[in-house]
Design a protein around this ligand. Sequence first.
Ligand code: C2E
Ligand code: MG
Ligand code: MG
Length: 602
Amino acid sequence: MKNDIWAATAPADIDEPNRSPLLDAKVMMVDDEPLMTDLIQAHLEEAGYNNFVVMNDPREALSVLRREAPSVLLLDLMMPQVSGFDLLEAMRADRELRYTPVIVLTAATGADAKLRALQLGATDFLSKPVDSSELALRMRNTLAYHQYHNRLVNFDSITGLPNPRLFDRGIDAMLARRDLVGGMVALLSISVPQCRQLRESIDQSTADSLAKTLARRLDRIASSADFTFAFATSVERAPRVARLGADQFGLLVEGMPDAEAIEAMAKQVVASLSDPVMLGVYDVAPTAWVGVAVSPGDGETAEALRKGADLAATHALQEGTRPFKFCSLELNAKSYQRLTMGSQLRGAAQRGELCLHYQPKVDVASNRIVGVEALVRWQHPDRGLVPPADFIPLAEELGLMHNIGQWVIERACRDAAGWSQAGLGELKVAVNVAKQQFTAGDLCAVVRQALFDSGLAAGRLVIELTESMLMDEVQAGLALMHELKALGVTLSIDDFGTGYSSLSYLKQFPLDELKIDRSFVMDLPGGRADVAIVRAVIELGRSLGMTVTAEGVETSGQLECIKRLACDIYQGYLFSKPVPVDCLVELLTQDRAGNATSARAA
Ligand code: C2E
Ligand code: MG
Ligand code: MG
């Protein structure tokens, strides 16, 4: 069903085909006898058809039907395992396949079988052995009727463009494959007030002529070479242009790399629609007002995107200063920036734009480096080094944190293995794990593979989990932590004190390290209350058998204080900021030479 609707998206008066478009229909055959499908295909090829899907195993037929969405199905009734009746029944229960026309091929002449097939929604019959001219005739009639029906239900009668109903399905289809195609989906709602003005001031047929001209122009834009990049990866044809109302059109594009590309497209639409049109004696200068909604960002459904784009088009028209407006982006400059960043962030790891900085973890008693924490940064082509706080929340929202996190784990393991090969000792390396990684179900596999690939001993990898992550997913989290422990890695609870841990849960978690959040350390040595809190946390960690690390130690006063409270490890600007890997190697070399001194800022 999908396919033949899509195939008829071009307005009839725009397409001037030399051959009947019906011949491009995708014809699927399900028959257990290969000889029969070969024969039918040969007959149909002779009649001019060229697009076939052949299935000789009926058990696979339903999933292939769903995937291929043929224009018509030629179905054998008598097959082993799954009969034609079974398949018809399953198709009628399927929302997408319900209206696919089915021509039943049957040697059985009995009225019962035919009646049953009809009741199950078969469109027509063809007797075996198949007569080639009868086959061609039945095919043509079935397809023509079906196309006519589609046209009534899905297309605008004046312009031949898809109507909102079909367009919405196109939007949903694009949204569903957005991640596959990559980039952004943009919906342009285009308002041309002259359509209405002509109808009111002259007549309906002049207004219709303008609508047809605009439809032709939009269709040309959608198929022009300039936009092929936006459509290049389309996995199927889908309506990209639609008539959404008397003076409103829609244009849909996918694979847009950034907001700038969408803006360029909107400008081109405005320019090409605004060319003057001669309609009889009237010289009309159309003005196009474009509202743009983008996904991700403005919505995840056809309804949400259309609403957003329509609203933006109305704003553009009312304000009258700029011919196009983004739905939320221009109204909200920050989200515009986020959108661009979001699309740039996709693939940042593959493009080599991510890097790790390492912050030493230092033994409080000896002031020697005992480990490092890997902290990710994004080397943005224009913005320079972007800190994690500026892109991790966005990456989480866009579902990118799983891949980024995997990259971090792999990179950190490889770096740490390299340091020991360079004679810098058996340092532990800590990585932070995002909630998306924690819940994805493959964290253990990712860790195991990274250890295997790098050759790093499991005991040298520390996984930092946040308190809130653990508290949100107690049972699942507990199982995962045990799995990770079984691999031999060290588990740490990060930012402790900010996530309202339940002490009874904490007791059950197989944690090795507790990191006191910087917000508690910051106020040390300060008032007695702060000292009391940090002391209590250190004692709690101790009593649960964990190593206690203080984060964010910036002053020697703070270091003295945590030393008095018998904290094990510290991390902070006092010793070193997170540094690129070459600086870390230098720090490690000095440290290993026994020259490490405190108060070293990078
Ligand atoms: P975190 O894991 O608690 O990391 C410590 C943060 O505190 C780091 O910020 C570090 O630069 C900063 N810091 C360390 N010592 C001091 C100090 O003395 N004073 C001050 N003011 N700050 C200090 P950064 O690198 O900006 O990272 C921020 C957060 O981003 C991290 O907090 C972590 O939650 C997250 N993050 C960083 N890398 C990753 C990653 O690869 N994956 C995930 N999921 N999150 C990451
Ligand atoms: Mg951390
Ligand atoms: Mg932390």
